[in-house]
Design a protein around this ligand. Structure first.
Ligand SMILES: Nc1ncnc2c1ncn2[C@@H]1O[C@H](COP(=O)(O)OP(=O)(O)OP(=O)(O)O)[C@@H](O)[C@H]1O
Ligand SMILES: [Mg+2]
Length: 152
Protein backbone atom coordinates (compact mmCIF):
# COMPACT_ATOMS: atom_id res chain seq x y z
CA UNK A 1 0.00 0.00 0.00
CA UNK A 2 1.34 3.40 -1.00
CA UNK A 3 0.30 6.69 0.62
CA UNK A 4 1.35 10.30 0.13
CA UNK A 5 1.37 12.31 3.34
CA UNK A 6 0.93 15.94 2.34
CA UNK A 7 1.97 17.35 5.69
CA UNK A 8 2.62 16.50 9.31
CA UNK A 9 -1.12 16.31 10.07
CA UNK A 10 -1.40 13.45 7.59
CA UNK A 11 1.46 11.72 9.38
CA UNK A 12 -0.46 12.06 12.63
CA UNK A 13 -3.62 10.64 11.05
CA UNK A 14 -1.72 7.65 9.69
CA UNK A 15 -0.16 6.98 13.11
CA UNK A 16 -3.62 7.05 14.71
CA UNK A 17 -4.95 4.60 12.18
CA UNK A 18 -2.03 2.23 12.64
CA UNK A 19 -2.34 2.45 16.44
CA UNK A 20 -5.91 1.14 16.12
CA UNK A 21 -4.94 -1.56 13.70
CA UNK A 22 -1.79 -3.10 15.13
CA UNK A 23 -0.96 -6.66 14.12
CA UNK A 24 -2.49 -9.18 16.48
CA UNK A 25 -1.63 -12.58 17.84
CA UNK A 26 1.90 -11.75 18.88
CA UNK A 27 4.04 -8.79 19.75
CA UNK A 28 3.26 -5.90 17.43
CA UNK A 29 6.38 -5.00 15.50
CA UNK A 30 6.61 -1.95 13.25
CA UNK A 31 9.84 -1.71 11.25
CA UNK A 32 10.39 1.84 10.02
CA UNK A 33 12.71 2.17 7.02
CA UNK A 34 13.89 5.38 5.39
CA UNK A 35 16.64 7.96 5.22
CA UNK A 36 17.64 10.48 7.84
CA UNK A 37 14.86 13.00 8.30
CA UNK A 38 12.26 10.98 6.41
CA UNK A 39 9.91 11.01 9.42
CA UNK A 40 10.40 7.77 11.37
CA UNK A 41 10.74 9.41 14.79
CA UNK A 42 7.99 11.92 14.02
CA UNK A 43 5.65 9.05 13.14
CA UNK A 44 6.65 7.24 16.36
CA UNK A 45 5.84 10.35 18.41
CA UNK A 46 2.34 10.46 16.94
CA UNK A 47 1.90 6.73 17.43
CA UNK A 48 2.83 7.12 21.11
CA UNK A 49 0.36 9.98 21.42
CA UNK A 50 -2.36 7.81 19.86
CA UNK A 51 -1.55 5.07 22.37
CA UNK A 52 -2.01 7.55 25.20
CA UNK A 53 1.65 7.84 26.15
CA UNK A 54 2.18 11.22 27.76
CA UNK A 55 5.94 11.07 28.03
CA UNK A 56 7.93 12.94 25.43
CA UNK A 57 9.32 10.60 22.78
CA UNK A 58 12.91 11.47 22.04
CA UNK A 59 14.94 10.06 19.23
CA UNK A 60 16.52 6.96 20.78
CA UNK A 61 19.59 7.17 18.53
CA UNK A 62 21.97 7.64 21.42
CA UNK A 63 20.37 5.21 23.81
CA UNK A 64 19.39 2.68 21.10
CA UNK A 65 16.31 1.59 23.05
CA UNK A 66 13.72 3.28 25.24
CA UNK A 67 10.60 1.86 26.84
CA UNK A 68 7.32 3.70 27.45
CA UNK A 69 4.64 2.16 29.66
CA UNK A 70 1.04 2.33 28.53
CA UNK A 71 -1.38 3.36 31.23
CA UNK A 72 -4.00 0.84 32.37
CA UNK A 73 -6.73 2.97 30.86
CA UNK A 74 -5.08 2.74 27.49
CA UNK A 75 -4.31 -0.90 27.83
CA UNK A 76 -8.06 -1.32 28.07
CA UNK A 77 -8.88 0.95 25.16
CA UNK A 78 -6.57 -0.93 22.85
CA UNK A 79 -7.13 -4.34 24.35
CA UNK A 80 -8.98 -7.10 22.61
CA UNK A 81 -8.86 -10.86 23.03
CA UNK A 82 -5.54 -11.36 21.36
CA UNK A 83 -3.83 -8.03 21.73
CA UNK A 84 -3.39 -6.41 25.09
CA UNK A 85 -0.67 -3.81 25.08
CA UNK A 86 1.60 -3.04 27.99
CA UNK A 87 4.45 -0.96 26.69
CA UNK A 88 5.92 0.61 23.59
CA UNK A 89 9.59 -0.09 22.99
CA UNK A 90 11.27 2.40 20.67
CA UNK A 91 14.48 1.13 19.11
CA UNK A 92 16.91 2.91 16.80
CA UNK A 93 19.72 0.70 15.54
CA UNK A 94 21.55 3.56 13.79
CA UNK A 95 24.48 3.44 16.20
CA UNK A 96 24.36 -0.25 16.77
CA UNK A 97 27.46 -2.17 15.76
CA UNK A 98 25.93 -5.60 15.53
CA UNK A 99 22.77 -7.53 16.20
CA UNK A 100 24.58 -8.95 19.22
CA UNK A 101 24.30 -5.61 20.98
CA UNK A 102 20.53 -5.89 20.81
CA UNK A 103 20.68 -9.39 22.21
CA UNK A 104 22.38 -7.74 25.16
CA UNK A 105 19.51 -5.27 25.35
CA UNK A 106 17.09 -8.19 25.63
CA UNK A 107 15.45 -7.86 22.23
CA UNK A 108 14.61 -11.53 21.96
CA UNK A 109 12.68 -11.50 25.22
CA UNK A 110 10.87 -8.33 24.19
CA UNK A 111 9.87 -10.08 20.97
CA UNK A 112 8.39 -12.96 22.95
CA UNK A 113 5.99 -10.80 24.93
CA UNK A 114 2.66 -10.36 23.17
CA UNK A 115 1.89 -7.28 25.21
CA UNK A 116 4.74 -5.30 23.68
CA UNK A 117 4.68 -3.01 20.72
CA UNK A 118 8.11 -2.57 19.19
CA UNK A 119 8.86 0.32 16.89
CA UNK A 120 12.22 -0.06 15.19
CA UNK A 121 14.06 2.63 13.24
CA UNK A 122 16.86 1.44 10.93
CA UNK A 123 15.64 -2.18 11.14
CA UNK A 124 17.94 -3.36 8.33
CA UNK A 125 20.62 -4.29 10.85
CA UNK A 126 18.37 -6.72 12.70
CA UNK A 127 16.25 -7.94 9.77
CA UNK A 128 16.87 -11.57 10.71
CA UNK A 129 15.43 -11.10 14.18
CA UNK A 130 12.14 -9.60 12.99
CA UNK A 131 9.08 -11.82 13.42
CA UNK A 132 6.84 -12.88 10.54
CA UNK A 133 4.02 -10.51 11.38
CA UNK A 134 6.29 -7.45 11.26
CA UNK A 135 4.65 -4.49 9.54
CA UNK A 136 7.24 -2.78 7.34
CA UNK A 137 6.79 0.91 6.69
CA UNK A 138 9.05 2.65 4.18
CA UNK A 139 9.40 6.45 4.44
CA UNK A 140 10.77 8.73 1.76
CA UNK A 141 10.99 12.47 1.35
CA UNK A 142 8.99 13.99 -1.51
CA UNK A 143 9.35 17.65 -0.54
CA UNK A 144 9.85 19.67 2.62
CA UNK A 145 6.47 18.63 4.01
CA UNK A 146 5.50 15.67 1.87
CA UNK A 147 6.43 12.09 2.56
CA UNK A 148 5.77 8.93 0.60
CA UNK A 149 4.88 5.91 2.70
CA UNK A 150 4.84 2.33 1.54
CA UNK A 151 3.39 -0.26 3.92
CA UNK A 152 4.13 -3.94 3.45
N1 LIG B 1 4.72 14.96 6.59
C1 LIG B 1 5.74 14.86 7.46
N2 LIG B 1 5.86 13.72 8.19
C2 LIG B 1 6.89 13.58 9.05
N3 LIG B 1 7.85 14.50 9.26
C3 LIG B 1 7.77 15.64 8.56
C4 LIG B 1 6.73 15.87 7.63
N4 LIG B 1 6.90 17.09 7.10
C5 LIG B 1 8.00 17.60 7.65
N5 LIG B 1 8.54 16.76 8.53
C6 LIG B 1 9.76 17.02 9.31
O1 LIG B 1 10.77 16.13 8.89
C7 LIG B 1 11.61 15.78 9.99
C8 LIG B 1 11.62 14.30 10.18
O2 LIG B 1 12.56 14.00 11.17
P1 LIG B 1 12.57 12.62 11.97
O3 LIG B 1 13.48 12.82 13.12
O4 LIG B 1 11.18 12.18 12.23
O5 LIG B 1 13.24 11.67 10.88
P2 LIG B 1 13.84 10.20 11.08
O6 LIG B 1 13.37 9.43 9.91
O7 LIG B 1 13.52 9.70 12.43
O8 LIG B 1 15.40 10.45 10.96
P3 LIG B 1 16.62 9.63 11.62
O9 LIG B 1 16.98 8.55 10.66
O10 LIG B 1 17.69 10.67 11.73
O11 LIG B 1 16.19 9.11 12.95
C9 LIG B 1 11.06 16.51 11.20
O12 LIG B 1 11.78 17.71 11.39
C10 LIG B 1 9.62 16.79 10.80
O13 LIG B 1 9.09 17.94 11.42
MG1 LIG C 1 14.68 8.99 14.00
Amino acid sequence: MEIILKNIKDTEKLAKKIAKDLPKGGPSVLALYGNLGSGKTTFTQFLAKALGIKEKILSPTFVIMKTYKLSDANTRIHANDTNKLKQMVHIDTYRLNSAKDLTTLGLKDLLKDKENILVIEWPEKIEKLLPKNTVRIYFSVVSEKERKIVIK
